[in-house]
Design a protein around this ligand. Structure first.
Ligand SMILES: NC(=O)c1ccc[n+]([C@@H]2O[C@H](COP(=O)([O-])OP(=O)(O)OC[C@H]3O[C@@H](n4cnc5c(N)ncnc54)[C@H](O)[C@@H]3O)[C@@H](O)[C@H]2O)c1
Ligand SMILES: N[C@H](CO)Cc1c[nH]c[nH+]1
Ligand SMILES: [Zn+2]
Length: 430
């Protein structure tokens, strides 16, 4: 099922081409998204209602649900389901709580003290995907670090379901996070609404969350049009598995399919040192895909996926670093010997018993991760994503004596005498 390439036969240029994904070559996505953004800017809530009708087939009277409706919807889910969401919430909370650290004051010269303090981003917007699958887990992945960081206002958008509401699982997560309103807006229009504000959707300072290509493109476009920032490009899900002949082909096929079932534009890549293992994984894929309710979606994603035959684990890791996967799984007894070679990856899953879906839901790490090669330069969402770190300095009399002449000389060599004078005027009073 997976097309197989021999790594040794691929030129560096061919590899660069192979690892490109979701590039929108004819600007089809981008043209659509620009026009949606303009519509939301000019028509506000009216445009949001029209897009809900067009894309989600729902006629909305009101573009949000409040506390009472959220509580009513949350009460429809079973105690076991509530308990699973609570455990995921606790594990995500435990892992993310360790990320808030106070930094020490440094004295760079006697009497010159410098330090950084964290402050929460005040107004944040969270996008929760809800097109082909509703992802309450994403609400936990974004809401928990936002709460730990201390963000004052949390705006949540998600596409309305056919009922014109949200599902009970998303509602229960809102309750766990103490958020009492959700905006029923999906796609690029949700990103535009949070970036520019409408009559009812508040404008935020930073937008977070994964989504399909329309959502991801909208996030990149609004950055250039406003002072609203984004977490990262977190588009269609992807996984790269590095495996050798110690791996279990059934486990690998299951891991590849777990990401392939997200959407037809997802990608699942196997890089293996064993051609026999690749053949076995292909057999397993044919068997397992037919058992999935989302068989068609997963098959479309597999058609857009491939396997690479590598000479050894080091070469396999070279390919992975060029690909920069959102998720990297290493299924080999020798996983410990290659983790130090990982340069680019969103989140890593080690050994035979660490399914990627554990990280999607409940191990505690964040599942909002960079895709399409952006793991070369972005990290996944964490508490850091929801704070700014402000630098402070305080200079004493001794400090001004120490640093004064350095600043005066540097200001003079740049020809900026006003800068020099701000020091000299103080030095004269010492
Ligand atoms: N990278 C990550 O961290 C991460 C995490 C979770 C999910 N994901 C990805 O998120 C994506 C979720 O996608 P989804 O589609 O299920 O939900 P979504 O909520 O991202 O998008 C649904 C919305 O897209 C809009 N839309 C659909 N077709 C359109 C069209 N032709 N033109 C304009 N707008 C259109 C509609 O408004 C619809 O409400 C998947 O690709 C999944 O792999 C990524
Ligand atoms: N694999 C997705 C990130 O790419 C996250 C997710 C949510 N639910 C299931 N999976
Ligand atoms: Zn997933």
């Amino acid at each position: 099922m997976l097309k197989v390439y021999n790594q040794e036969e691929l030129s560096p240029a061919a590899i660069e081409q192979l690892v490109l994904r979701n590039t929108d070559p004819n600007n089809a996505i981008s043209d659509t998204v620009y026009s949606i953004i303009e519509d939301v800017k000019s028509s506000g809530d009216k445009a949001l209602r029209a897009y809900a009708s067009k894309f989600d087939q729902v006629d909305l009277e009101q573009v949000y649900l409040g506390k009472d409706e959220i509580e009513e919807l949350a009460s429809t889910i079973s105690r076991d389901q509530q308990r699973a969401l609570e455990i995921a919430f606790q594990n995500i909370h435990r892992f993310h709580s360790t990320q808030l650290k106070r930094e020490r004051v440094t004295e760079t010269m006697p009497g010159v003290k410098c330090w950084r303090e964290a402050r929460p981003i005040e107004r944040v917007g969270l996008y929760i995907p809800g097109g082909s699958a509703v992802l309450p887990s994403t609400l936990l992945m974004l809401g928990v670090p936002a709460r730990i960081a201390g963000c004052k206002e949390i705006v949540v958008c998600s596409p309305p379901q056919k009922s014109g509401k949200i599902n009970g699982f998303v509602a229960y997560c809102l309750i766990l996070l103490k958020i009492d309103r959700i905006y029923l807006v999906g796609g690029a229009q949700a990103i535009a609404a949070m970036a520019f504000g409408t009559e009812t959707v508040p404008k935020v300072d930073k937008i977070f969350g994964p989504g399909n290509q329309f959502v991801t493109k909208a996030k990149s476009i609004i950055q250039g049009q406003t002072n609203v920032s984004i977490d990262m490009p977190a588009g269609p899900s992807e996984v790269l598995v590095i495996a050798d002949d110690t791996a279990n082909p059934a486990y690998i096929a299951a891991d590849l399919l777990a990401q392939a079932e997200h959407g037809p534009d997802s990608q699942a890549v196997l890089v293996s040192t064993s051609s026999e293992l690749i053949a076995q994984v292909n057999q397993e894929l044919s068997k397992q895909v037919s058992l999935l309710p989302r068989q068609e979606i997963a098959s479309a994603a597999l058609a857009n996926s491939y396997a690479i035959l590598a000479t050894d684990l080091r070469a396999a890791m070279d390919f992975s670093n060029t690909y920069a996967p959102e998720h990297l799984i290493i299924e080999s007894d020798a996983w410990q010997s290659i983790t130090s070679l990982i340069l680019n990856a969103g989140s890593v899953f080690l050994g035979h018993l660490t399914p990627e879906s554990a990280g999607d839901y409940a191990s505690g790490t964040n599942h909002t991760l960079p895709t399409s090669g952006y793991a070369k330069s972005y990290s996944g969402v964490s508490v850091d994503s929801f704070i700014k770190k402000i630098t402070f300095q305080q200079i004493s009399q001794e400090g001004l004596q120490q640093i004064g002449s350095v600043v005066e000389i540097l200001a003079e060599l740049e020809g900026l005498h006003g800068h020099k004078n701000a020091v000299s005027i103080r030095k004269a009073d010492l």
